[in-house]
Design a protein around this ligand. Structure first.
Ligand code: KG4
Ligand code: ZN
Length: 344
């Protein structure tokens, strides 16, 4: 790694799903700007993200968002040491917009290009507000597309302990929310309505994946909720939306906490972090805080704005890649199925 004395300023870009985002980040931890143009209202009309619409909107917004990020940071392109961009995983047409914009800016300015893994970005969001956090630590990544239990061994070095076998945690939240009539995006709505529900009202299953204590499976839980709703309908029993939401949420949280604490204890780790959109779930955060406190483990979590997709996290991850000497060529492509640890 190169010397840490030099200050490294990165323009970061993120367009893997439905947020067009750009940020300016210094030394991986100081965020000068974090601009997010969300398309959520548009996709809400369709009950979920429509990939074609996402790509079109990214194209419309990307230049404006990059300019705003530089302006808010009170910097010009000439002040940038690198351009970092998410190149996977995500929606291919959405990723392509960010990758193409980053390549164009890099080519025109001669500023080095760094491709960043989206999940590495989510994990690195923890570095921004926790200046003391350094690897190694265990991280639970729970988003709309991913559920991973990871050991962060070094900056940019990961060992995946477990992953979901079917639906991601956020996907389960979104599908259950739709089934109980809460609409899209489901996670924050279930979080909110659960506060007035009884989490013990309905005994939904806590799925175990037989051969791995770290893997997750949420599709069985989703089916259990759908079965419960069907049987209520057949019996003519009115459902209590808040009780269903709270009971479902508790089932997800219990499994996430149990697996996470098992990982922390098996790895003998004293630090634990969470990342991804679902990491802003209030029930999950308080259950993990209590579980960590009980075991004397330091618990790290980003603010909600840094849990959901943003470019500041890409700037944080990009910084550590930069220091390792990672630079990408103009043949960098969007890789929709990019796996963690497979980058470069
Ligand atoms: O990380 P993210 O913004 O995008 C992906 O990379 O997937 O995560 C979005 C997911 C959605 O499924 C959304 O419903 C979920 O995160 N989410 C939540 C909450 N806020 C967002 N799930 C549960 N509780 C929340 N408060
Ligand atoms: Zn994400």
């Amino acid at each position: 790694m190169s010397s840490t004395d030099e200050s490294v300023t990165i323009l970061a870009i993120e367009t893997s799903c439905d947020e067009t985002a750009a940020a300016v980040v210094v030394n991986g931890r100081e965020v000068l700007s974090n601009v997010i143009s969300s398309q959520i209202d548009l996709h809400t009309l369709y009950g979920g993200v429509v990939p074609e619409i996402a790509s079109r909107k990214h194209i419309e917004k990307i230049n404006q968002v990059m300019e705003e990020a530089l302006k808010t940071a009170d910097r010009t392109l000439a002040d940038m040491d690198a351009i970092a961009v998410t190149y996977g995983p995500g929606l291919v047409g959405a990723l392509l917009v960010g990758v193409s914009a980053a390549k164009a800016v890099s080519f025109a300015s001669g500023i080095p290009l760094i491709g960043v893994h989206h999940i590495e970005g989510h994990i690195s969001a923890n570095y921004i507000e926790n200046k003391d956090l350094e690897p190694p630590f265990v991280c639970l990544v729970v988003s709309g597309g991913h559920s991973h239990l990871v050991v962060v061994k070094e900056y940019g070095e990961y060992e995946i302990l477990g992953r979901t076998r079917d639906d991601a945690a956020g996907e389960a939240f979104d599908k259950v929310a739709r089934a109980i009539g809460l609409g899209y995006p489901g996670g924050p709505k279930i979080d909110r309505v659960s506060k007035v529900g009884n989490p013990e009202a309905i005994a939904f299953p806590r799925a175990k994946v037989g051969d791995s204590p770290y893997d997750f499976s949420f599709s069985g839980l989703k089916s259990a909720v759908l079965n419960y709703l069907n049987s209520c309908e057949m019996k003519g029993v009115e459902i209590c939306q808040a009780d269903v939401a709270a009971s479902f949420q508790k089932a997800v949280v219990d499994v996430l906490v149990e697996h996470s604490m098992y990982a922390v204890s098996e790895c003998g780790m004293k630090k634990f972090a969470i990342a991804g959109g679902v990491a802003s779930n209030t029930a999950l955060r308080s259950a993990l805080q209590a579980a960590c406190d009980k075991r004397g483990i330091a618990f790290y979590h980003p603010s909600p704005i840094l849990c959901t997709d943003n470019a500041a996290m890409i700037g944080a991850a990009g910084y550590y890649e930069y220091r390792k000497g990672v630079r990408h060529g103009y043949d960098l492509n969007a890789v929709p199925g990019l796996r963690l640890g497979e980058s470069r």
